[in-house]
Design a protein around this ligand. Structure first.
Ligand code: NDP
Length: 248
């Protein structure tokens, strides 16, 4: 891999897919900024990769000034941005008739506006550089809707639309775009589910080895992220859908 010295910002790096990606890219010699709200978890990742170049920055992606601070600190530290990985997300799924307005607000703010905040802050730098790569985590639920998942799916369809718009507007400026769309991955994501019935059903379905919903590991998705970053300059993987082999 030629990831050495690539400057990569990972939003939502404190656990799951973001953490696994940070560990893999760090081992390949990339220069990382890792951001999330739980600074102690980011610090642990840095400590676990002691010989790597990692800058942990506490940030809530719903706060545009905190996101701008992540971008500014990265440029001050490394002088450029090669990749922005918009990966922060939550999944408090629930049926619409539960009218869980707080969950709707949080999901829209984190999963959608958080992505826009990242793009808003990184794009001017990438346009000036005439190079860059924005990667955003959608989901297989960005392609299909299931009962209970309407709002979450809505956020994941939305980021695909935003990324396609970004591709159309910025490909001529040599800016790559990638949507990573995983099926079930074993992470802390289910912790954000308040509907205990849905949560239990999902945990049971995804924890049985060999079942069609058997979850993938975050390290496997990290490999996909490393692959799309490591493509030649003239090649852009715009969408990558990754399912557990047995998942419908
Ligand atoms: P985790 O819960 O393990 O990771 C979510 C990450 O997002 C954490 O680092 C969390 O950090 C961060 N995050 C959440 N809210 C905010 C916020 N307001 N500001 C900054 N960071 C935030 O789950 P995953 O690794 O699974 O999730 C990563 C992405 O993958 C999400 O976008 C999710 O929707 C998507 N995805 C996951 C799938 C799965 O099955 N696990 C399947 C398909 C897509 P902190 O709490 O410290 O802020």
């Amino acid at each position: 891999m030629s990831l050495k010295d690539k400057v990569v910002i990972i939003m939502g790096a404190s656990s799951g897919i973001g953490e696994a990606t940070a560990n893999l890219l760090a081992s390949e010699g990339a220069k990382l900024t890792i951001a999330a709200r739980r600074l102690s978890r980011l610090q642990e990742i840095k400590d676990n990769n002691a010989s790597a170049t990692i800058l942990p920055v506490e940030a809530d992606v719903t706060d545009k000034d905190q996101v701008q601070n992540v971008i500014d600190k990265t440029v001050a530290e490394y002088g450029k941005i090669d990749v922005l990985f918009n990966n922060a997300g939550i999944m408090p799924v629930n049926n619409l008739d539960q009218v869980a307005r707080d969950e709707w607000d949080n999901m829209l703010d984190i999963n959608v506006k958080g992505v826009l905040n990242g793009i808003a802050s990184a794009l001017p730098i990438m346009k000036k550089q005439k190079s860059g790569h924005v990667i955003t985590t959608s989901s297989v639920l960005g392609y299909e809707v299931l009962p209970g998942y309407a709002t979450y799916s809505g956020t994941k369809y939305a980021v695909r639309a935003i990324m396609e718009g970004l591709r159309q507007e910025e490909h001529a400026n040599n800016i790559k775009t990638t949507v990573i769309a995983p099926g079930t991955v074993k992470t802390e994501l289910f912790n954000s589910i308040n509907n205990q019935e849905i949560k239990k059903g999902l945990e049971e379905a995804t924890s049985q080895p060999g079942s069609e919903m058997s979850a993938m590991q975050p390290e496997e998705i990290a490999q996909a992220v490393a692959f799309v970053i490591d493509t030649p300059a003239n090649m852009s993987v715009n969408e990558m859908v990754i399912r557990p082999t047995g998942q419908e």
